[in-house]
Design a protein around this ligand. Structure first.
Ligand code: SF4
Ligand code: MG
Length: 332
């Protein structure tokens, strides 16, 4: 089976003071049909930029795709016009964000906004759209949808608003949902409910999900495969069991040690010492994790590790593994 989505050597650059820096730097991965792929890493590792790149929603004039391909069902999205891309968004690929960042418009009713999503891609009457939106609200676990459909976002709780956003995102039954920290802003009980809902929708609709999160508990709960990103690059990729039982990259190992306890509010993965280098201060060669890595060796400052298989289906970019060492003269 051909993958649903294939990202090949994606480079996304951001303009900082007139100079471009790669926030995503040569990222490649696949998403199969019905698969939930987790993308983990701290803030500032390029996870969100990567997903905005797939959707071609980078801030105009600031971010641009410098290189690479995003192939969805055999079509390179990079070649699509804005008009063609509008047909893909919401219909083939949808996106949801962290709750406070969701784009529910305060001046329109919930029903109006669900219906908008339907009208974007379907020719249906107003009456049908209203009925469909009530059914959608019901399908995301909103009780009394006939009432909620006429309410405004501020009348709903954060968890309810996120349910509405999910209803909007699945209105046209996309094949791929990109969920960027969808539960981060919600309290723990609501988080669990929303994740359960996403899992249920994924199964019922045969949908694939790219789930972006800094929360490894969420990964364990939801994902089949995982990519770990650090400073714009993928440093490890494997299935979820292997990631938890046999992590190989020192960054992943530290992330594992930083799993927050369920009853603790932990903001980011703050227990790893140091910070992700900023785009402007990214080392030109060597491992980008070297300044924080407890296992760093002198060569880590000089040689850039390449992402390569250590075992079947397990890729790592770290010089502790022979497979990551570049061939002579190939250091980039
Ligand atoms: Fe640590 Fe070196 Fe591996 Fe980077 S390449 S993760 S610095 S051991
Ligand atoms: Mg982010």
């Amino acid at each position: 089976d051909a993958p649903l989505l294939e990202v090949k050597n994606l480079e996304t650059a951001f303009d900082i003071d007139g100079k471009y820096y790669n926030a995503v730097d040569g990222v490649s991965f696949k998403v199969n049909r019905r698969q939930v792929l987790g993308v983990v890493g701290e803030s500032g590792c390029g996870k969100s930029v990567m997903s905005l790149s797939i959707m071609k929603l980078l801030p105009k004039g600031i971010g641009k795709i410098g290189n690479g391909e995003v192939v969805f069902e055999g079509r390179n999205l990079e070649n699509l016009s804005e008009r063609e891309m509008n047909k893909v968004r919401g219909k083939d690929i949808s996106m949801i964000f962290q709750e406070p960042m969701t784009s529910l418009n305060p001046v329109f009713t919930v029903g109006f906004q669900v219906q908008e999503a339907l009208f974007n891609h379907m020719k249906i009457s107003k009456k049908e759209a209203r009925m469909k939106s009530i059914a959608l609200l019901k399908s995301v676990g909103i009780s009394r949808p006939e009432k909620i459909v006429d309410e405004y976002p501020h009348q709903l709780s954060g968890g309810m608003r996120q349910r509405v956003m999910i209803a909007i995102s699945i209105a046209c039954q996309p094949k791929l949902l990109i969920a960027d920290e969808p539960t981060t802003a919600l309290d723990v009980t609501v988080q669990a409910q929303i994740l359960e809902l996403l899992k249920e929708i994924q199964e019922v609709n045969d949908m694939s999900i790219i789930l972006i999160t800094h929360d490894l508990g969420v990964v364990a709960e939801m994902c089949d495969e995982v990519v770990v990103m650090y400073a714009g690059r993928i440093v490890e990729r494997t299935d979820v069991e292997t990631l938890f039982y046999n992590p190989k990259h020192p960054y992943t190992e530290l992330l594992m040690g930083a799993i927050p306890k369920l009853d603790e509010e932990v903001e980011e993965l703050s227990s790893i010492k140091g910070i992700v280098p900023s785009l402007k201060n990214m080392p030109e060669v060597g491992c980008r994790f070297a300044n924080r890595c407890p296992k760093a060796m002198p060569e880590c400052m000089e040689i850039t590790p390449k992402l390569a298989e250590t075992d079947k289906g397990h890729e790592v970019a770290c010089l502790l593994y022979e497979s990551s060492k570049p061939a002579e003269g190939m250091n980039v």
